[in-house]
Write a protein that binds this ligand. Sequence first.
Ligand code: GLV
Ligand code: MN
Length: 197
Amino acid sequence: SDPDQLQDFCVADLNVTTTFLNGFPCKPVSQVSSSDFFFSGMTKEGNTNNIFGVGVTPGNVLSFPGLNTLGLSMNRVDYAPGGVNPLHSHPRATEAGVIIKGKVLVGFISTTNVFYSKVLKAGEMFVIPKGLVHFQKNVGKGKAVTITSFNSQLPGAAILPVTLFASNPPIPNEILATNFQVDETVITSIKSKFGSS
Ligand code: GLV
Ligand code: MN
């Protein structure tokens, strides 16, 4: 859903700080080479040693500047056994994904609050409509891997537990307590899990 490009390519120069536009400025074609159009970042397993048991390796314009203006990107997501890619949404892209390894529960919630979900195995594909809240969970015995793709060079991710309980500065406890209809002590307890108060 990014705008269409106006030339073959526009390999991002991420270091230009004097020009501001929607996307990144292009480096001169004379400096563009084959290496700008290939990315090896997804060959390695992501680090799943965290509270969610998930490792996301983005292949977006920031890690792979050749994607600039081309309107798409991908992620590799590794899951420890039981690992969860936490509830999140992408403000700028629809997501299509495929299970590479393992057994993964994929779910999203529509804006009419209908929950759609399915357990998928290697080779099976899913789609998450733009902006909707979704998650993946490794429900198999071993590790799992998914590859996801996005119709944006930089889809963005609002990761709900982090957005709500680990923002900087923090959302006032009173606001969260009212939203979730719990005592503020519950909110401080949740915030403490994310190293925030
Ligand atoms: C999975 O939901 C991803 O955003 O890569
Ligand atoms: Mn996603």
